[in-house]
Design a binder for this molecule. Structure first.
Ligand code: Z5A
Ligand code: MG
Length: 263
């Protein structure tokens, strides 16, 4: 009835209003259908594109420590926390047992294959090298990587077997240097009391004591030591405080990527 009395101009105005109204309704419906995660991904994409121009990037955060110190538990909690803060984050781990090299490492660790100590050391290194480019790409696109063991495990475990530390470091030179290394500090005895060791090659108290000594020999002043014998939630809280500062600094674009053990 109303339409019947409209002029052409007002008809076209009503049509435009209708189209705008429909478009608005569609947007409201579209965004209300989006999960918070989807929206967060959109935000992160914008951040990283703008971030690239300013040198903004994700942080490379590494958790190290003895067997059963709680690394894997804390890496998972940390990524959940960062995502909750609307920070794009991924959980990585070494060895990455999914690659061909990783499968050889896994066979060695589960005692289904035997390898010379130098050979397995180089395989662990190769397993990091094969992920290096992807690591750099992710960091530059703004994703923070929380990494469960890295080159320090490589050097600590191989040197605990008696290999020369400098020789062990050599194959790691040129990999990306972490922005933060958090060491989950616990005595080998206390760690052994947790859940019991499985059947993997290095899961023996005497060997873990040697690994603890090796970690002491290779750490530097930049490492953050966290008492890993505290309740799991307290360790989690402490890590969040340490990591958020590092992530913020990398987001601001004030920290260029650097290389591990390069002069
Ligand atoms: N290796 C090497 O030789 N060279 C290399 O370059 C690299 C590795 C990268 C495989 O590692 C082996 O490879 C490893 C080093 C060597 N061998 N060793 N030993 P892996 O990372 O695959 O190992 P894993 O199987 O993940 O286990 P893990 O590292 O021993 O455990 P974790 O990750 O540190 O701990 P968790 O799984 O988080 O926790 C262990 C238990 O403790 C579990 O029941 C938790 O619920 C409990 N927990 C954790 N935190 C607490 C606190 N705060 N209180 C009480 N209970 C807790
Ligand atoms: Mg673990």
């Amino acid at each position: 009835m109303i339409y019947g009395t409209c002029t052409t101009a007002s008809k076209s105005l009503s049509f435009k209003t209708l189209v705008l109204q429909k478009s608005f309704n569609f947007r409201v419906q579209f965004f209300s259908n989006c999960s918070p995660k989807k929206l967060r991904m959109d935000n992160n994409l914008n951040c990283s594109i703008e971030g690239n121009k300013k040198g903004s990037r994700g942080a490379l955060v590494v958790l190290e420590g003895l067997d059963r110190s709680g690394k894997s538990s804390q890496c998972t909690r940390l990524v959940n926390y960062l995502e909750g803060q609307r920070i794009s984050a991924e959980l990585w781990r070494f060895p990455d047992r999914n690659t061909d090299v990783g499968k050889m490492i896994s066979a060695y660790l589960t005692n289904t294959s035997q390898l010379d100590d130098h050979t397995i050391h180089l395989l662990f290194s190769a397993n990091r090298w094969e992920k290096r480019l992807l690591m750099e790409t992710k960091l530059k696109s703004g994703t923070t990587l929380v990494v469960d063991r890295y080159s320090y495990s490589g050097v600590a475990f191989s040197s605990a077997k008696g290999l020369d530390i400098e020789w062990c470091k050599a194959s790691e030179v040129g990999l990306l240097a972490p922005d933060l290394v958090a060491y989950l500090d616990i005595s080998p005895e206390k760690a052994a009391e947790r859940g019991g060791y499985g059947g993997e090659r290095y899961e023996k108290l005497e060997f873990q004591k040697k690994v603890a000594e090796s970690y002491k020999a290779i750490h530097d002043v930049s490492w953050k030591f966290v008492d890993a014998f505290q309740p799991i939630e307290d360790v989690e809280k402490q890590l969040q405080e340490i990591v958020i500062d590092c992530v913020t600094e990398c987001q601001k674009g004030k920290k260029p990527l650097s290389l591990l053990w390069s002069k």
